[in-house]
Write a protein that binds this ligand. Structure first.
Ligand SMILES: Nc1ncnc2c1ncn2[C@@H]1O[C@H](COP(=O)(O)OP(=O)(O)OP(=O)(O)O)[C@@H](O)[C@H]1O
Length: 702
């Protein structure tokens, strides 16, 4: 961790403050005036571009221009809120203001986009490495009004009359009451986070770190950085994956508030369900148990599915096609050769089928031609006999030669030659459209759909069948990665892929889900964030090599975050023994804040009533409160705290399986033993539950 002050921010109402506020207010007024003018101009340009009819040949250029202007309008709109949040003063006297977007007046740069290289010292400079800075200033805006100014002096000099040394914006940000939605923190990104966000590494970056160390913050700000900085990411889009819909809802505002609306937010399940919606109109929606997820996530199933598909590719025997009532047969050898050649193309099954069919058509066409040659040769002989030895063709050839036409090389114009010159294209076209031939090919190498293949797998492995799937469908969402794998084997790569993929709570993805995700990121440009100590029972990944595969993990740039911004030192201490058992070797995160000691309460007789009472007490502080419990215990607890929830609207009862990544001001953990016992790896679940609060933790034991 850099040496920026984090634990103590003495509030000093220094006399310089109003004067400096006025100085900054004048600057900020000018910035907003520029923002308004730019917005009006870009909007007008966009309107004009949309109205433009023009030459259809220029349609593409116009589309690109519209997309660019549209992007700029949205960036300017998003920049309205907290337009400028900082300023850096270089020791040599120059200064820059930083904000959510760049603004300029002719050649003069008025505001530097936070993602620009010039903004780096704002995040990275420390007293030990001031990077040429004398001062870092944070500006807090209230609407368009400068409400706060606070400075850090970085070059060791004493504060001068224009410096406002005082409160810490970071502490202010992390101490703020939670709203249930995550916010961008572009003004207070810390050096270790910033270094990852603006890393130039284009391959896989893995970010690990304990709960609350800002992994999600890094993931989302990196998505915004990558969109601005990586051409291919902008061209092909950025995908952000989270563990469930609740989490996506929690992070939904962050990227739009950074001016990025073009990011696709999804879960690994939804991604596949959307991609397969044509073939799977009734994709199952039931939430499968972790057992099924785990079983269906086993990477060995990829080989089993491939084996099933191979079993449909002309497995053995012969193939007979009736042509005009006469059979043409590919014997075992010819069929095996056609199979090997078709499979050897490496094409997916349904495309390789077309190759296979072509080979069968070739074979049959050859047969037909050979047969015709024999027949016609016989016919020639018959005609010769009938015409008493006069060869009609030779006579005709002689006549033609006299007229100046050269005979062909063989010097013959016989029927056999005519057949050889039969338009082979026409013959092949006829055979390709032939129903009997198509039926024979379909029997040997059927066209398949993903469901066919997965159903075969379920037949062979009844333990993989869903018992809680949608009515009529034999599977649940746990089978989506299998269906996706099958779709890949049958029809090849997905139509929609992305230039950069961000995976949050990455420890939750099963190996089969990873295959789905990697398929959608052919460039392997990814930001993967997670904490293996928080892994749920569906994955059990013990290392990133387990999760990503050894190859990718070896090439990944692995970074570790070490400072916990969410929770207090007291809460981390509460969870520490558990972490010692789960992941004894993991580097412990250090909390930047202190707070109340966690409270314990035993309620063996009436857990629900005790939890409801604690919720009421926490709501009394005006906090956003969560009750976290084993999944099965949730309905009863939700009923018990229902009244409090209705009254205050600030309490959520969250099953522990869905609480990863979320946070609340206060958390009441109901029946920790019940959580631990509910499913394998229950200690990890409890660890996640205990590390959710920003302020207070209450543990109610049953
Ligand atoms: N630089 C920062 N400035 C302000 N707030 C921050 C900063 N870094 C992290 N936070 C806040 O700390 C909290 C925890 O961050 P985040 O959710 O990203 O952690 P995490 O590592 O993803 O946690 P978990 O492992 O539990 O999912 C959030 O409220 C986030 O906004």
């Amino acid at each position: 961790m850099q040496s920026r002050p984090t634990e103590q921010f003495p509030e000093q109402q220094t006399p310089q403050r109003p004067a400096q506020q006025a100085v900054e207010q004048a600057y900020v007024d000018a910035l907003y005036a520029r923002l308004d003018a730019d917005t009006a101009r870009v909007r007008a340009d966009l309107g004009a571009a949309l109205r433009e009819k023009g030459d259809p040949e220029d349609a593409y250029t116009r589309e690109v221009r519209v997309a660019m202007l549209d992007r700029r309008v949205r960036a300017l709109d998003a920049a309205e809120h907290h337009l400028c949040f900082g300023r850096i003063d270089h020791a040599d006297g120059g200064s820059l203001h930083l904000g959510r977007t760049g603004l300029s007046d002719g050649d003069e740069q008025l505001l530097v986009d936070w993602r620009a290289e010039a903004a780096r010292p704002f995040y990275a400079a420390t007293a030990a490495h001031p990077m040429g800075l004398r001062r870092r200033r944070h500006l807090g805006l209230d609407g368009r009004r400068v409400a706060r100014v606070s400075d850090e002096i970085l070059d060791g000099s004493d504060p001068g009359p224009d410096d406002v040394v005082g409160d810490g914006p970071l502490l202010e940000a992390i101490s703020a009451r939670r709203t249930g939605r995550m916010h961008e923190v572009v003004a207070t990104l810390q050096a270790e986070q910033d270094a990852i966000i603006r890393s130039a590494h284009r391959g896989v970056t893995v970010v690990e770190g304990g709960p609350g160390t800002g992994k999600t913050v890094v993931a989302l700000h990196r998505a915004a950085y990558v969109l601005a900085g990586f051409e291919d990411a902008r061209a092909d889009g950025v995908l952000v994956l989270g563990p469930n819909a609740r989490f996506l809802d929690y992070i939904a505002e962050v990227l739009p508030s950074l001016g990025e609306n073009d990011v696709t937010l999804s879960t690994a399940d939804r991604l596949v369900a959307d991609a397969l919606s044509d073939v799977l109109p009734d994709a199952a929606s039931a939430t499968p148990g972790y057992e099924l997820r785990r079983a269906a996530g086993d990477v060995r199933l990829a080989d089993e599915l491939a084996e099933i598909v191979r079993g449909y590719q002309a497995p053995s025997g012969t193939l007979t096609v009736l042509v005009d009532g006469d059979p043409a047969t590919l014997d075992e050898h010819a069929l095996a050769e056609a199979r090997e050649n078709a499979a050897g193309t490496g094409l997916p099954h349904n495309q390789a089928r077309a190759v296979f069919k072509d080979l069968v058509v070739d074979f049959v066409a050859d047969e037909v031609q050979a047969r015709a040659r024999v027949l016609l040769a016989r016919l020639d002989e018959d005609i010769e006999v009938l015409t008493g030895g006069v060869n009609v063709d030779k006579a005709a050839a002689a006549d033609l030669a006299r007229l100046g036409f050269a005979p062909d090389e063989g010097g013959a114009f016989g029927h056999a030659a005519a057949v050889a010159e039969l338009d082979p294209g026409a013959l092949r076209a006829e055979l390709t459209g032939d129903l009997a031939l198509e039926r024979a090919v379909e029997a040997a190498w059927p066209r398949l759909e993903a469901q066919d293949v997965v159903l075969d797998l379920l037949d062979a492995r009844p333990e993989l069948a869903a018992h809680d799937g949608a009515p009529g469908a034999p599977w649940s969402v746990a089978h989506l990665p299998l269906l996706d794998e099958a779709e890949h084997l049958l029809n090849g790569p997905p139509a929609r892929t992305y230039g950069h993929v961000v995976v949050d709570e990455a420890q939750e993805l099963t190996p089969m889900q990873w295959r789905s995700v990697l398929r959608r990121c052919p460039g392997r440009s990814m930001t993967v964030v997670g904490d293996l100590a928080q892994a749920g029972p569906a994955t059990g990944a013990a290392s990133w090599a387990d999760a990503l595969g050894a190859d990718l993990a070896r090439r990944a740039d692995v970074r570790t975050l070490t400072v916990c911004y969410r929770t207090t030192a007291e809460v981390l201490a509460e969870a520490a023994p558990l972490l010692g058992r789960i992941a004894p070797d993991q580097e412990r995160a250090r909390a930047v804040r202190h707070g109340d000691a966690p409270r314990h309460r035993a309620a063996p007789d009436d857990l629900a009533a005790a939890v409801a009472e604690e919720v009421g007490r926490e709501l009394g502080h005006g906090d956003l409160v969560a009750v976290v419990a084993a999944d099965d215990a949730v309905p009863a607890l939700a009923r018990a705290v229902g009244d409090a929830a209705n009254a205050a609207g600030a309490v959520r009862v969250v099953p522990v399986s869905q609480v990863r990544g979320l946070e609340f001001d206060a958390v009441v953990v109901a029946d920790p033993e019940g959580i631990t016992a509910a499913r394998p790896g229950g200690e990890r679940d409890l660890y996640v539950a205990l590390t959710r609060p920003t302020r207070r933790l209450v543990v109610v034991e049953a």
